[in-house]
Design a protein around this ligand. Structure first.
Ligand code: KIV
Ligand code: ZN
Length: 513
């Protein structure tokens, strides 16, 4: 019987470290439900001590998760972090605390100023402390691939002696080459023995994260840590969709099994792209728009005769279905609700009422409504920032070839509604300026993208924007058939995220004591 490889998804933790990305609690719980449907074994739900938002998201994910899914929080080798992780995971059926500390010479010297002995003693004390919680303990020696091999061995053995159950081998800065990484994992297997669960965590700085993860599996790893759409610090992490599909396409050379239900890959990657505000590159393996598009006439002819001439796998494998279901006004409320569930969205009763009314309006106008539009509608509720500080109650904008463009907005906030007007360079700019006037908060606009959710002149319109304040970036998203309204909602979405994050942001994210 072939060995089962476990998947830990770190999209909600390392993925959220992608510059500019900040998921709301609701987005995290929605993504976590989708990850469970996808069949991941473990969800790293966040870094409990980093913010109140992470603490809340981990707690909610722990409460909602099925009994066979492990839910994990990251923690530095510090009492406060371990306490926060244990608290956030109290209600998880299978809780795991993931403890990290840098172990390469570079980290020892520049990050901590520790001697190797001091580091070992810190690991011993903190892992013992964490193991006392009775929770599963995963230990990561950060920057393992640049650490001294003999020292790394002592670090892993110390962690295991002190109570760790899982050793995670990290290529923190994406430095390793596949042969080298396979050999490191093989050595680690020799050090720790056959009974310890070995995991790998690879970054993509040299474009080798997927190759290194597969090499790690060949070297004896039992688990891979990945993100969806390869999100993550700097150049990102190993992509779950790439590793899972490679294991299927090259099963001839890699005889492994896993619990991933591949048909959910495409929908969940799309949802994560929307929630993160980061579109997937057209040529991104597996999920990019161009993966099954053939430009050359020779290729097109051959693919018509047999797709396997230029396609490694059938797109249906990952749920990229071309003949997607279309709903119409005759589908009724039941059909609409069922489709939402199949697409992975859970809305409250009030949201469902509202979403169904919007769906009927759209269906009246468009005759049929696609899955892309239904997802976009659903995401406009799940992306909402729950702690609404500011609400756009209504707006009006006037523009024309001979008119001064102006906008008026009515913004609800603590202390009452505020009505403000502003002139601008076009209707979108005028609305943004009026919101700025009303709230007294200004941002630098970094980017603004407008796209139609589906084909047709009457498609819903999606606006994604990135705004900057105090050196931090915030993504906002808005959906409407009216482009100005979609822009205004996107602005409000980013504004509310910013207020939430800037208020809860903790200054203290230094690594050592
Ligand atoms: O890249 C890394 O080393 C990490 C650790 C926290 C596992 O993300
Ligand atoms: Zn990482």
């Amino acid at each position: 019987m072939s060995k089962i490889i476990q998947f830990t998804d770190v999209t909600l933790r390392d993925g959220e470290q992608t510059p500019g990305v900040s998921f709301s609690v609701r987005e995290k719980t929605t993504i976590a439900s989708m990850l469970e449907k996808l069949g991941v074994n473990c969800i790293e739900a966040g870094f409990a001590s980093s913010s109140a938002g992470d603490m809340e998201a981990i707690d909610r994910i722990a409460r909602q998760s099925r009994s066979n899914t492990t839910v994990c929080s990251l923690a530095r080798c510090k009492v406060e972090d371990i306490d926060a992780a244990a608290k956030a995971l109290t209600n998880a059926s299978k809780p795991k605390i993931h403890i990290i500390i840098g172990c390469s010479d570079i980290h020892l010297k520049y990050k901590f100023g520790f001697t190797p002995e001091q580091l070992l003693s810190r690991i011993k004390v903190m892992i013992r402390y964490a193991a006392d919680t009775g929770m599963q303990i995963q230990f990561s020696a950060e920057d393992a691939t640049r650490a001294d091999r003999e020292f790394l061995r002592s670090v892993y053995l110390t962690a295991l002696d002190s109570g760790a159950n899982i050793i995670n081998i990290t290529d923190t800065v994406g430095y390793s080459l596949p042969d080298e990484f396979e050999s490191l994992v093989r050595s680690a297997r020799g050090w720790v023995g056959d009974d310890v669960l070995l995991s790998v965590h690879c970054h993509n700085d040299l474009g080798l994260a997927t190759a290194n993860s597969l090499a790690g599996i060949k070297g004896g790893a039992d688990m891979v840590e990945c993100t969806l759409n390869a999100m993550g610090e700097r150049a990102g992490n190993a992509s779950l969709e790439e590793v899972a599909v490679a294991l299927r396409v090259r099963a001839d050379l890699m005889d492994f099994r896993d619990t991933i239900k591949a048909k959910h890959i495409y929908p969940v990657c799309k949802a994560v792209a929307t929630y993160s505000g980061l579109s997937v590159g057209h040529n991104k393996p597996i999920v990019g728009d161009n993966c099954f598009t053939h430009q050359s006439g020779i290729h097109q002819n051959s693919v018509l005769k047999n797709p396997s001439t230029y396609e490694l796998f059938n797109p249906n494998l990952i749920g990229r279905v071309s003949n997607e279901l279309m709903l119409s006004r005759l589908s009724g409320r039941h059909g609409f609700e069922e489709r939402l569930k199949e697409l992975g969205y859970e809305l409250s009763r009030d949201e469902l009422d509202d979403a169904f009314a919007r769906f009927m309006q759209l269906a009246e106008f468009r005759k049929t409504v696609s899955d892309k539009e239904i997802s976009a509608l659903a995401q406009s509720y799940t992306s909402k920032v729950t702690h609404h500080t500011y609400t756009l109650k209504n707006y009006q904008s006037i523009s024309g070839s001979n008119a001064i463009t102006t906008a008026t907005v009515n913004i609800g906030m603590a202390g009452g509604d505020v009505l403000k007007a502003a002139a601008g360079d076009g209707p979108v700019d005028a609305v943004f300026r009026a919101i700025e006037e009303a709230t007294g908060i200004s941002f630098k606009m970094v980017s603004l993208d407008v796209k139609a959710v589906d084909e047709g002149k009457d498609s819903l319109c999606e606006v994604r924007l990135i705004m900057e304040k105090d050196g931090r970036r915030f993504i906002g998203r808005g959906i409407n058939t009216d482009m100005i309204a979609a822009s205004a909602f996107a602005y409000m979405n980013a504004l509310n995220r910013a207020v939430l994050v800037l208020n809860s942001f903790k200054e203290d994210d230094n690594e050592e004591d």
